[in-house]
Design a protein around this ligand. Sequence first.
Ligand SMILES: C[S@@+](CC[C@H](N)C(=O)[O-])C[C@H]1O[C@@H](n2cnc3c(N)ncnc32)[C@H](O)[C@@H]1O
Length: 287
Amino acid sequence: MDHIPVLLSEVVLGFEGVPLKVFFDGTVGAGGHAAAILEAHPEITHYLACDRDETSLAMAKERLKPWWEKVEWIFGPFADIERYLKERKIGSIDGFLIDIGVSSMQLDDLSRGFSFRGDAFLDMRMDRSRGETAADLIARLREDELARIFFEYGEEFRSRAAAKAIVTARKKRAIETTKELLSVLEPVLRKGKIHFATKVFQALRIAVNDELGQLKQGLDGAISHLSFGGRLAVISFHSLEDRIVKWRIKEDPHLEVLHKKPLEASLEECKKNPRARSAKLRIAKKV
Ligand SMILES: C[S@@+](CC[C@H](N)C(=O)[O-])C[C@H]1O[C@@H](n2cnc3c(N)ncnc32)[C@H](O)[C@@H]1O
């Protein structure tokens, strides 16, 4: 399925009236938000389009063909924004957007191991050129470390039982595929409205990609380089991320928070795109 950008009009409105010259898009993905922003802001001269997934960047390159002369592609994590700006001798940016989490393309490509719907190697890396896979973490981490990850990142109440089952099973045989992990978890996790492995899979994905560390470092870098009057917009998909964004922007004396409550998708948008149901958008202005 093609990736449908969430909260698209809300993002565009968030930058309305702001003269944007240099824009940093940390999660360009399939280029949906990027196309709308470039369309609405012909004054943009330099659009830095960053993604740590080469497949996403390739899609964005197709989508953003009309603006190629303005776009610069960055393959890497947005947390390294400071370095990217320094290398390019860019002092400040006028707009910053991140739309974090996995894309539909990543979830739907069952071979990548993000989803429990297929049977694939437990990879889960957004950037397949470096770092540990989910299978590596499952093989390496201690039982208490696994339990902490499942509890903190997945809010899984049976985190200890899940970690114990994994450690017992891996003594006999390495757990390397989504199906193998499911069969280890099934006897110990509760069956309810959502698939029993949803939370453990989410937790592993967050750990593999250091998603919370990325968010904190990326926000710090962006805020310190935002020009006066410049804006930053963050779309997040779960409470852990939203809490980080909320407090980081609220406590910064140089930022004005534009909406007290995060913006959420309308019922109509959620019907068309179920992924939008948990999306929260926060926007702040540098003052
Ligand atoms: C939800 S999609 C973004 C969709 C995009 N806004 C659009 O309109 O098509 C998330 C994208 O962010 C990328 N991503 C997630 N975390 C990242 C990070 N820390 N650094 C760079 N890219 C990241 C993923 O690879 C994925 O392509």
